[in-house]
Design a protein around this ligand. Structure first.
Ligand code: SIN
Length: 465
């Protein structure tokens, strides 16, 4: 295996930088180092941990433009989105800097006057994270910030496509004063590093954002040493437009949900379900809005939709569109591509498909691309049945101004994140995570620090009364 990883710009195929691929020995040394780091970091006062996290956030903000540019170059997303992601990334650090000083224990009334029962919380140990290429900054800080706030040490392996943003963030943590053995990064192939992480006796928790098959492998790998896991896995989000919905508003929010990061997010809408009485009107308005989106290099001003990350992602999207067309879907716009496999760039134009049905792959699998399939429903029960008919359960959206319709949909949709008249529900202060095969655990909000803490129960007996 090559000693370096070539990081390429997905908009041009050009080489940006080569980074060191760490050897097995180097990774094992880093894990050992991280264990020693944990023993020291866990003893750092919570107020000091909080201060250091705030300093890290500030350093990132001071370097925001530069980080965003690197992110756009390695990931492809439009520069404005990268700037938004840096802000999103620091919002996790800011939130957990505040949570660091709010890790409380409790006292439980004992059944005897000579006993006292207390419960305290302590950091779980070294945390190993594997982060995805679609949000190279925010998915890292969403894991690192609560881990460090809790007193855990943290080691991260970023996606091979996008290690540069992560490396910059870790260097800035050092500049902010966070010790070098409290936060570290390693670079390498996912399957290799993943196994080293799961096998290591120095790791107490694995946290992963990525595909469901890899998440399952990491869960299995963690079983032998009974590691804790947090898994943010795939999604297949339905978006339901009720008969009474404000269609213009719903179109705007659907565009945000579908085309952010060229549709390469776990929470982006993957299936649009519209009431039969408004499906034609919605499809017309939505297609008109989609036609205004500009495709291009994320560094160029005005770009709304950047490239697809790699050939594998591109091939999957093209195959899903072709499958849908062969089975009778109507193309309202798009189905247009600009790709060069030799050069290594892959653009997919925003595409809207109508008359899709359950026989088509696009209605069964995550797409991870700028394709919007529209189908119709007659009743809310039918909409819920279509929406829930998937092993995934990450995000779902619906648009209605009728409180009874909204409450019914909220109660019946089996998804961890629900956007009611909201196409962008993600926030550092709210719990992000999925049901069913979309994952285990939550990140963000007060829930997001819990998985980094152990509970210790103390029962003291024979006290003086
Ligand atoms: C993801 O797609 O994995 C995360 C998206 C988000 O945080 O909104």
């Amino acid at each position: 295996m090559s000693k370096t990883i070539k990081v390429k710009n997905p908009a041009t195929g050009e080489l940006i930088q080569e980074v060191t691929r760490h050897t097995v020995e180097e990774i094992n040394r880093a894990l050992e180092n991280g264990q020693k780091g944990f023993e020291k970091w866990a003893k750092v006062n919570a107020h000091e941990r909080s201060r250091l996290l705030k300093a890290w956030s500030q350093k990132i903000q001071e370097n925001k433009e530069e980080i965003a540019k690197v992110m756009t170059m390695e990931n492809g997303k439009p520069l404005q989105e990268s700037i938004g992601e840096v802000n999103y990334a620091t919002s996790y650090i800011d939130w957990y800097a505040e949570e660091a000083v709010r890790i409380y224990g409790r006292t439980i009334p004992a059944s005897s006057e000579t006993k006292r029962i207390t419960v305290s919380r302590q950091p779980i140990g070294q945390v190993a994270a594997i982060t995805p290429w679609n949000f190279p900054a925010a998915m890292m800080t969403r894991k690192a910030a609560p881990a460090l706030a809790a007193g855990c040490s943290f080691i991260v392996k970023a996606a091979e496509e996008t290690p540069l943003t992560t490396m910059t963030l870790v260097e800035l943590a050092y500049e902010a004063g966070i010790p070098k053995d409290a936060i570290q990064y390693v670079n390498g192939r996912g399957s290799v590093v993943g196994q080293l992480f799961t096998d290591s006796p120095f790791v107490r928790k694995i946290t992963f954002t990525g595909s469901t098959p890899i998440g399952k492998a990491l869960i299995k790998g963690s079983a032998d040493t009974v590691k804790h896991v947090t898994m943010e896995l795939g999604g297949h989000a339905p978006l339901i437009i009720a008969e009474d919905a404000d269609l213009d508003y719903a179109v705007g929010q659907t565009i945000i949900s579908k085309y952010r990061n060229a549709g390469q997010t776990c929470v982006c809408v993957n299936r649009i379900l519209v009431h039969e009485n408004v499906v034609d009107a919605f499809a017309e308005k939505f297609t008109a809005a989609v036609n205004k989106l500009k495709v291009g290099n994320g560094l160029e001003a005005g770009t709304d939709v950047g490239p697809i990350i790699n050939e594998k992602g591109y091939d999957k999207i093209v195959a899903q569109v072709n499958d849908a067309i062969e089975k009778g879907a109507e193309v309202l716009t798009g189905n247009k591509y600009e790709a060069d496999k030799e050069q290594g760039y892959f653009f997919v134009y925003p595409t809207v498909l109508k008359n899709v049905d359950a026989s088509m792959d696009i209605m069964q699998e995550e797409t991870f691309g700028p394709i919007a399939p529209i189908t119709s429903f007659k009743t809310l029960e039918e909409a819920v049945e279509i929406a829930n008919n998937t092993p995934y359960g990450l995000a779902a959206y619906f648009f209605t101004n009728d409180y009874r319709t909204g409450t019914y949909l909220h109660d019946h949709l089996d998804f961890g994140i629900i956007g009611w008249n909201d196409g962008a529900p993600s926030a550092a202060h709210a719990p992000f995570g999925g049901m069913k095969e979309s994952g285990l655990g939550r990140e963000g909000g007060t829930e997001g620090i819990e998985p980094y803490l152990e509970t210790k129960y103390l029962s003291v007996g024979n006290l003086l009364n």
